[in-house]
Design a protein around this ligand. Structure first.
Ligand code: TLP
Length: 345
């Protein structure tokens, strides 16, 4: 089976499993797991931050960040189709009691003006303290629902600058910051330098089975540790998982450009097929979306699955494909053959 639903579907290979089996471990809630510590230090350094906190998932990393930056009754600003607002089960309201204010953008990438428009200014004649404080800006890079889009670094910097002007703190959902860095040709920390906190995932393009990390300054991470415990994310001998993440950093970060090339090949082939709408030029990293005319996405998905290719029917007429470690060039060619068969049958 060729699984193009997500880059979360990768399975650890023999070398990664060997690294996991050999990991030195301890009770991480006591701070005694040397492999977790090594991962936290290494990733924080890579992101140019003082400290890191290993957590089970990207969702938890984002939600701990929101809880740590805010107090109930605050507002946060995020793209309307950000993962934080679209796919995290209303956690910002349920767990942090914050009010989300939405930026409506084309591909999840916007500018300072959009932020400025959502921050309340003092209004003469209105009571002081009428509006809740707007505390946090959340940016996503790459942007999943935006089609794996990459923030151009100067635009990222300018948007953050405007947010700072209004006293906002800044969190980056960098589940796929690795991909953004490769596509933009800059180190991850070039983006991270502008942010107070960054969440990165090891379980997506990097191919580890589990694990994400939240990075920030020491005081932020100390406070975040409290909320990791509150949200049930304290793990014990988590070194077996951290070892997989360290292995992923060493071996799988350097190959992400291959996934991006595979996504471009898929997009170019799809653009030639009847009944498919896709702009190949919009494919910047390892995620692509296309629309179908004349066939429901779910039906397309079933027909592909019957031929050994899994895709994600993400809407009535929209399909998502994600390339990753376990999708070879041969698999890409096979998937294209299957798409052609299904759409011409
Ligand atoms: N995204 C998953 C699904 O939830 C949609 C996927 O298959 O793409 N931030 C971003 C930008 C993400 O894409 C994801 C996962 C997360 C956070 C959450 O990570 P996990 O699944 O580890 O909680």
């Amino acid at each position: 089976m060729i699984d193009l639903r997500s880059d979360t579907v990768t399975r650890p290979g023999p070398e990664m499993r060997a690294a996991m089996a050999a990991a030195e471990v301890g009770d991480d809630v006591y701070g005694e797991d040397p492999t977790v510590r090594a991962l936290e230090e290494r990733t924080a350094e890579l992101l140019g931050k003082e400290a890191g906190l290993f957590v089970p998932s990207g969702t938890m990393a984002n939600q701990i960040a929101i809880r740590t930056h805010t107090e109930p009754g605050d507002e946060i600003v995020a793209d309307a189709r950000s993962h934080i607002l679209l796919y995290e089960r209303a956690a910002p309201t349920a767990l942090s009691g914050v009010m989300p204010r939405l930026v409506h953008s084309e591909r999840g990438v916007f500018d300072g003006e959009a932020v400025r428009g959502l921050v309340h200014g003092p209004l003469p004649g209105m009571p002081a303290g009428l509006f809740p404080p707007t505390r946090l800006l959340c940016l996503e890079n790459t942007h999943n629902a935006g089609g794996g889009s990459v923030w151009p670094l100067p635009q990222f910097a300018a948007t953050v600058r405007e947010a700072r002007r209004h006293g906002l703190r800044v969190h980056c959902d960098g589940a796929r910051l690795w991909n953004a860095a490769v596509a933009a040709g800059v180190p991850e920390r070039a983006y991270a330098d502008y942010c107070d906190s960054v969440a990165v995932c090891f379980s997506k393009g990097l191919g580890a089975p589990v694990g994400s990390l939240l990075a920030g300054d020491r005081a932020f991470i100390d406070r975040a540790r409290r909320f990791r415990g509150m949200f049930g994310g304290g793990m014990r001998q988590a070194g077996v998982l951290a070892a997989a993440a360290l292995h992923a950093l060493d071996h799988n970060r350097g190959r992400l450009a291959e996934d991006h090339a595979h996504a471009r090949i898929l997009a170019a082939a799809l653009a030639e097929l009847p009944g498919v709408s896709i702009d190949p030029a919009s494919v910047e990293t390892n995620i692509l979306y296309f629309r179908l005319r004349g066939m429901a996405a779910a039906k397309f998905g079933e027909a592909c699955e019957a031929r050994g290719v899994r895709v994600l029917a993400i809407g009535v007429d929209t399909v998502r494909l994600v390339t990753h470690l376990d999708v070879s060039r041969t698999a890409v060619d096979r998937a294209i053959t299957v798409f052609r068969e299904v759409l011409s049958s």
